[in-house]
Design a protein around this ligand. Structure first.
Ligand SMILES: *Cc1c(COP(=O)(O)O)cnc(C)c1O
Length: 377
């Protein structure tokens, strides 16, 4: 027997309470029952994002919300500044290209966060820049950007601040209003403890002003249609009712634990994992690490495919490999959502054994001992 234990940075494990809620019968969405759900969960999402801005719900994966923000908030003739420090930063530049939107890329070494001063200079040098696009938690590398510092730079300018919060919301400190984030996106299958299929976008008054000024090249993703429906707690199109039901339950669990407590739990598990990796003689990939996940370099001689299939087959543990240039070089462990201290220790215990089987010798208990020491402190 193998239990499935998902520690991939999306999708993540879903609590039984949420699964059971989603097993309940479908009801119709043009009803008071649905409107009550949407009202309640929109307020819950505002709690998660720490915002008073309107939060729109899309049926789609995280990319759909981010794409909606980009295509609806970059007016014709505007230029975007895109930080590319990994796969997801690259994706936002590709979205701009797909819609023919003018953009400049800031390329950042994949293990590091962007220097906010570079953004400040780019904005000062080119007044045509009307949006700054940043990935808060770059899931492909495990790097955290200093969104608070960048927000201070962008806020006094005409430019909108658009942030991919897909693996930061409900995992690490995120303050949409305090940090002046105009467009914040997240998805259901990361720290929100749901299956894939929903995406959310918080839009500020500054961004609405731009969005209202032109007709975007979008229909399904036109955010103005979602805003209009939201006034009566409706969705413009058939929503993913099952997932919406699950979300209401997940938000209830998030509120019961408290956002700050969730941030603290995630940070502690991340710290224990990083220290355990170092104790096992491994190197961490990210110089500016995010607490949502940990990216670890393979030691010499350990094969990615063999290592990860051992974890899966012997322990039911799923971690992610590296993407693009990092394929075969790193593996990534999620700390988001439905993960507790003992889960974290069990991943490390399995890693110890898999490393030994793959030729990197570790005395049993080295990593787990370190992790337990930190988790108990
Ligand atoms: C998961 C993820 C996305 C969205 O990917 P989807 O597959 O569209 O949900 C975007 N950005 C980051 C940083 C992510 O981790």
């Amino acid at each position: 027997m193998t239990k499935i234990r998902l520690f991939t940075p999306g999708p993540t494990g879903v609590p039984e309470e949420v699964l059971l809620e989603m097993a309940r019968p479908i009801f119709h969405h043009r009803t008071g029952q649905y409107r009550d759900f949407l009202k309640q969960l929109t307020q819950g999402l505002q709690y998660v994002f720490r915002t008073n801005n309107e939060v729109l719900t899309f049926t789609g994966s995280g990319t759909s919300a981010m794409e909606a923000g980009i295509v609806c908030c970059l007016a014709p003739g505007a230029k975007a500044l895109v930080v590319r420090g990994g796969k997801f930063g690259q994706r936002w530049a590709e979205v701009c290209t797909a819609y023919g939107l003018d953009h400049i890329n800031i390329d950042v070494e994949w293990s590091r966060a962007v220097d906010p001063a570079v953004i400040e200079k780019a904005l000062a040098d080119d007044p045509a820049i009307k949006a700054v696009i940043v990935t808060h938690s770059e899931t492909s590398t495990g790097v955290r950007s200093d969104v608070e510092a960048i927000g201070k730079i962008v806020a006094p300018t005409e430019a909108l601040f658009m942030v991919d919060c897909i693996t930061s919301a409900a995992a690490i400190p995120l303050e949409v209003d305090k940090w002046s984030i105009d467009v914040a996106a997240t998805g259901s299958q990361k720290a929100l403890m749901l299956p894939p299929g929903l995406a959310f976008l918080a839009v500020s008054p500054k961004a609405w002003k731009i969005a209202k000024s032109f007709q975007p090249k979008a229909y399904y993703l036109d955010i103005k249609r979602y805003r209009k429906s939201l006034k009566t707690w409706d969705n413009p199109y058939t929503p993913a009712i099952t997932l919406v039901r699950g979300l209401a339950k997940a938000l209830e669990m998030i509120k019961a634990e408290g956002l700050e407590n969730i941030w603290a739990r995630t940070a502690k598990i991340a710290q224990a994992t990083r220290q355990a990796a170092l104790a096992m003689g491994l190197k961490l990939f990210a110089a500016d690490p995010v607490d949502s996940l940990t990216s670890i370099c393979y030691p010499q001689g350990v094969d990615d495919k063999q290592f990860r299939s051992l974890l899966r087959e012997k322990f039911g543990i799923w971690v992610a490999g590296g993407q693009a240039d990092l394929s075969g070089k790193i593996f990534r462990i999620s700390h988001m959502g439905y993960v507790d201290a003992l889960d974290a220790v069990s991943v490390i215990a399995a890693i110890e054994q898999a490393l030994n089987a793959c030729g990197h010798k570790v005395i049993p208990g080295t990593g787990t001992g370190k992790a337990l020491e930190i988790l108990a402190s």
